[in-house]
Write a protein that binds this ligand. Structure first.
Ligand code: FAD
Ligand code: AMP
Length: 481
């Protein structure tokens, strides 16, 4: 049987479901093929983000943060709590409920927008056809004027640490521990490793993070990454840099453990853990996705080759999200999904790839947009910097959230803001103000002339912007003008 659509989307993660909804809003007859399914073989929408990524990890980060606050922070407010205890299965069940609500929400949005959800595995065939292998083994061919591939990504596995999905797990397994491991190893000090390491460390695990590189968070502005290293280490994360994992052995005793071997500057080392999380990055999920003669190309790392507008070399075939170049972030994929849908109907929508916000949801959060100081130095560009620490922000003091700072970098001549780097409570939400400002080409002076509510954490942005030109009011300025 062949069905004809204006648009067929493969994958219902943030890139795919947003693309499908926007296509339908624009009047296109749209189907979205998704392989993720529940016990009854019904499609589950939302992809990595809603099922095993952004949302469940944030649910556990929020639960574990509340636990540590109750244990360590409440007394400073005069609140005494006795016998603070963590019910891990209850925390995991709460997370599952949130995931269920949101994935169900995407299903409702498909219904409301008349997107046809199709359960099964999609494969692109030549001539803008999509073969769907249903969960009962039957196949169906869909024909479309446009195909959008949004197949996403999966965790990378490395040969030294094959997963047994019990003692050695990837990020998905780390969202499902039924109790707090006493000794937890994490391979990779990237975003996912630090977030998941933080969850279990707050709940009582002794966490060791093994990171092959000598530099901590190299993509982050150095001043902020140094601060982050200090704070996270103080919280109990034992972050070993220059530690390359070379092997592992599962020890089967009363309770299984894993012995990990790694090399560092002192030679070969060993460590024993009760659980090991492998968080060494993600790869595009593009194997068996394209039939031989589709004309759509993959690069060496398996990403679908697209141009700035997410078009492949084949007219009418597009790709978006984690399966194409660029940062693997849900919001980047969503914007690409919208762009592709609008380009299909002839609009000239573009994604501003220079203003993708990045967030690491540790506590404090780390968030940034635009250029780091080290990038600007490499480019030989002249710039001015304004910093403001949360330790002297009134609202931060009231909230016991005095760690961290806001750093704003502006062009030395034009004053145009080039980057904003924040480590502090609510950094994810705070940095968004600067994404908007930078989208409108704001200068540091523009932010300085904007009125900010008092008292608020965002006043640190105001003061950092003023400090760029030596005009900060609530601290002594390094530069005077
Ligand atoms: P995916 O979300 O991977 O969705 C792809 C979908 O396509 C899946 O549902 C898959 O089943 C389906 N699919 C694949 N192949 C086929 C096929 N052949 N046929 C049918 N269906 C198919 N990003 C953030 O921005 N913020 C965060 O805080 C954040 N936290 C994260 C935490 C963790 C633990 C992880 C693992 C990731 C996190 N991410 C975060 C990354 C984010 O989840 C991804 O960038 C995002 O989900 C990518 O969206 P996507 O639509 O491209 O792909
Ligand atoms: P990210 O790509 O941000 O998720 O980070 C993954 C991290 O894992 C990177 O910083 C890698 O350097 C690190 N990594 C990859 N392989 C190994 C390994 N064998 N041992 C230790 N760290 C590793």
């Amino acid at each position: 049987m062949t069905n004809k659509y204006d648009v067929v989307v493969i994958g219902a993660g943030p890139a795919g479901y947003v693309a499908a909804i926007r296509c339908a809003q624009l009047g296109l007859k749209t189907a979205c093929v998704e392989k993720w399914h529940d016990d009854k073989k019904n499609a589950v929408y939302g992809g990595t983000c809603l099922n095993v990524g952004c949302i469940p990890s944030k649910a556990l980060l929020d639960s574990s943060h509340k636990y540590i606050e109750a244990k360590e922070d409440f007394t400073s407010h005069g609140i005494s709590v006795k016998d603070v205890a963590m019910d891990v299965p209850a925390m995991i069940a709460r997370k599952a409920k949130i995931v269920g609500q949101l994935t169900q929400g995407v299903k409702s949005l498909f219904t409301a927008n008349k997107v046809e959800g199709i359960a099964g595995l999609g494969k692109l065939l030549a001539g803008k056809k999509v073969q769907v292998t249903k969960h009962d083994g039957s196949t169906e061919i869909l024909e479309a004027d446009n195909v959008i591939i949004a197949a996403g990504s999966v965790p990378i596995n490395i040969p030294p640490t094959p997963l047994d999905n019990d003692t050695i797990v990837d990020s998905t397994g780390a969202l499902e521990f039924s109790s707090v491991p006493k000794r937890l190893g994490v391979i990779g000090a990237g975003v996912i490793g630090l977030e998941l390491g933080s969850v279990w460390s707050r709940l009582g695990s002794e966490v060791t993070v093994l990171e092959a590189m000598d530099t901590f968070l190299p993509a982050v502005d150095t001043q902020i990454s140094k601060e982050a290293f200090k704070i996270l280490t103080k919280q109990g994360l034992n972050i070993k840099l220059g530690a390359k994992v070379t092997g592992s052995k599962i020890n089967k005793g009363k309770a299984k453990t894993v012995t990990v071997t790694y090399t560092d500057q002192n030679g070969e080392q060993e460590a024993v853990f009760d659980k090991l999380i492998v968080a060494v990055g993600r790869r595009p999920l593009t194997e068996n996705l394209l039939d031989a003669n589709t004309g759509v190309e993959l690069d060496k790392r398996g990403f679908i080759v697209v141009d700035d507008s997410c078009a492949t070399a084949v007219p009418g075939v597009w790709a978006a999200g984690d399966c194409v170049r660029g940062p693997m972030l849900a919001h980047k994929g969503m914007e690409e999904g919208v762009m592709v849908a609008e380009r299909i109907v002839g609009k000239k929508t573009q994604v501003n790839y220079s203003l993708v916000p990045f967030v690491i949801y540790t506590h404090p959060e780390i968030a940034w947009v635009g250029k780091t100081e080290q990038q600007l130095k490499e480019e030989g560009r002249e710039y001015s910097v304004g910093n403001f620490p949360f330790s002297i922000n009134g609202r931060a003091m009231a909230a016991n959230a005095t760690e961290g700072m806001v750093k704003i970098i502006a062009d030395a001549k034009t004053d145009r803001i080039l980057g904003c780097h924040i480590i502090g409570a609510s950094a994810a939400d705070l940095v968004q103000q600067m994404v908007i400002a930078m989208e409108f080409s704001a200068s540091a002076e523009d932010i300085g002339l904007t009125m900010f509510s008092h008292p608020a954490l965002s006043e640190a942005i105001h003061e950092a912007a003023l400090a760029v030109n030596g005009h900060a009011v609530h601290m002594a300025n390094k530069r005077k003008r």
